[in-house]
Design a protein around this ligand. Sequence first.
Ligand SMILES: Nc1ncnc2c1ncn2[C@@H]1O[C@H](COP(=O)(O)OP(=O)(O)O)[C@@H](O)[C@H]1O
Ligand SMILES: [Mg+2]
Length: 322
Amino acid sequence: MIQFKQVSKVYNDEVQALRGINLHVKEGEMAILIGPSGCGKTTLLRLVNQLETMTSGEIILHKENIKQIDKIKVRRQIGYVIQSNGLFPNMTIEKNVMIVPDLLGWDREKQKKRFHYLMELIGMNPDEYRRRYPHELSGGQQQRIGVARALAADPPIMLMDEPFGALDPIIRLRLQEEFLQIQREVRKTVLFVSHDMDEAVKMGDKIVLMRNGEMMQADTPAKILLHPKNHFVEEFVGEDRILKSLKLYTLRDLVKEVNLCSITDINDKPSINLDASLHHVFSMLLHQGYQQLAVVEQDKLLGMVDISVIEQFIRLEQQKLL
Ligand SMILES: Nc1ncnc2c1ncn2[C@@H]1O[C@H](COP(=O)(O)OP(=O)(O)O)[C@@H](O)[C@H]1O
Ligand SMILES: [Mg+2]
């Protein structure tokens, strides 16, 4: 659990980087910080692991005020991943990953086991990479090692500052998927900085949109997309926000709320499974020029979906979220 109460930061008596931030990130929750460059995202993370001191306000980690905890103890509760991965070039991959456990005095056997577990978790062969050096790895692999290193001593909190920002789009998509999977297994409390709305919608339990040191809106992705609080949020999320929101729902969600169209002659219409995202369904309807698709679950035909059914569902969701 991380709680910010009226947190402000002024650099050198002149740059107001954060203005009265109030935010509560629950245990096991992933909050995505997003906003234009210079809005204070990195500063907020650096306050949590005490690389900077706040000018006023309070930060609470698991009921303890960080001012009252020893800096070193705070950092042990936190895994930190940055865009430029920060691996030590002259240390092997195993040494890099095990830096914190090593500092904590873990014995050789425990370290070996942990290294093995972490490498499997990030999808890299432990024996193949153990003795390699960072420069012998691709950018995507180096970022994975950065994630493994942050997880090494099993800290309850992860701070991730645009961890996949420097990677090409395809590798970035893959690492997002992988990290979501890892998160399902390890359930950390995560503060994740991004500048990419698609990444935020995909990864976040909660999205925190910032501007100029202030929090503009902190809500679930659905709420941010379907009910932007003000003009700035609306502009930032983009005019395709309704379309983006379709990624958050599947046909399974839809059939719980609205009726499908009745079954017609389906000879020429492709069928689609209940687990398909509404974004996928919508794309099929548009790009392939079908009026309707047949919705099936385990070979059973449930009904037909068309654009108006999707529209009806999104309207309902919008009303529910009011
Ligand atoms: N060490 C520093 N000294 C002075 N000003 C800083 C320092 N770090 C950041 N700033 C300023 O604080 C503001 C917020 O920066 P930052 O937290 O890095 O934003 P973001 O990560 O959202 O791009 C910016 O105006 C930046 O120039
Ligand atoms: Mg930054």
